[in-house]
Design a protein around this ligand. Structure first.
Ligand SMILES: [Zn+2]
Ligand SMILES: [Zn+2]
Length: 251
């Protein structure tokens, strides 16, 4: 019988667990950069790309700025894509009339009393300016994230994988939730929760100890692990920088 090959992502995770921070966040940060560099290097100057970019109104905030830092410095490709994107935005504005007559309607007495605003007549334009597709880097990262979650579920009880996970900083809270939602095997769920709990108990103790030593008498007793424990706590609860985005809108 042919033995199933161990997937590359298994090895990627095993090798990433010993590094500082959530392994999923770390791998996704790397994948983001790879995705952007791959995009910049190979597929930018095509009609499909210009159309997709126009539909998603460019990349999201995080990935747009990451695009600026692409290692190939392909400024021309980026300029062409964003010219197409702005073109799309302009054509939507030109083809979506703002209902100017609505502004002529006087607010009722009740509306004036309650100081409530009428729904803006430019609402349809705002709606049409919403992206019609997701940021393509976000989309790719979601796929990669699903792959890693699948591997964690499948291999958590594998000896080498489990040992690497136990010695890691654990998962960040958003990724812990994600993996928990995906898992169905009770013994694996149990193992994940046990290991993660142990890691967070230790982190909590370090943060508390760090806080307790913030005074003249004990300041020089702060260990290296305690000294940066509060930064690990930020990453542990919210994920590494840039992985989850700001998740906020301006409206
Ligand atoms: Zn994470
Ligand atoms: Zn994005």
């Amino acid at each position: 019988m042919k033995r199933e090959r161990t997937p590359m992502d298994y090895f990627e995770l095993v090798e990433t667990f010993p590094k500082r921070g959530c392994a999923l966040c770390n791998l996704l940060r790397r994948d983001e950069t790879r995705c952007i560099d791959g995009m910049v290097y190979g597929f930018m100057d095509t009609d499909e790309m210009r159309e997709a970019f126009g539909q998603s109104r460019g990349l999201c905030n995080e990935h747009g700025w990451l695009l600026k830092q692409n290692k190939f410095g392909n400024v021309l490709g980026i300029a062409k894509l964003y010219a197409a994107t702005i073109g799309e935005v302009l054509s939507i504005i030109e083809s979506t009339p703002v209902q100017s007559d609505a502004s002529a309607v006087r607010p009722s007495r009740l509306e004036r009393l309650l100081n409530t605003e009428r729904r803006g007549s430019a609402q349809p334009l705002a709606d049409r300016l919403e992206p019609e597709g997701r940021c393509m880097v976000c989309e790719r990262i979601d796929e990669r994230e699903a792959d890693y979650v699948q591997i964690i579920d499948q291999y958590l009880t594998d000896g080498r994988f489990q040992a690497a996970f136990e010695q890691s900083d654990g998962l960040c809270l958003p990724h812990f939730r994600h993996v928990l939602r995906h898992m169905t095997d009770p013994s694996r769920i149990d193992l994940l929760v046990t290991v993660q709990t142990h890691i967070w108990r230790q982190l909590k103790a370090e943060v508390e100890s760090f806080a307790a030593k913030q005074n003249y008498e004990h300041a020089d007793e702060v260990t290296e692990a305690e000294g940066e424990s509060w930064v690990r706590a930020i990453a542990g609860m919210g994920g590494e920088r840039g992985v989850f985005g700001m998740n906020r809108r301006s409206d």
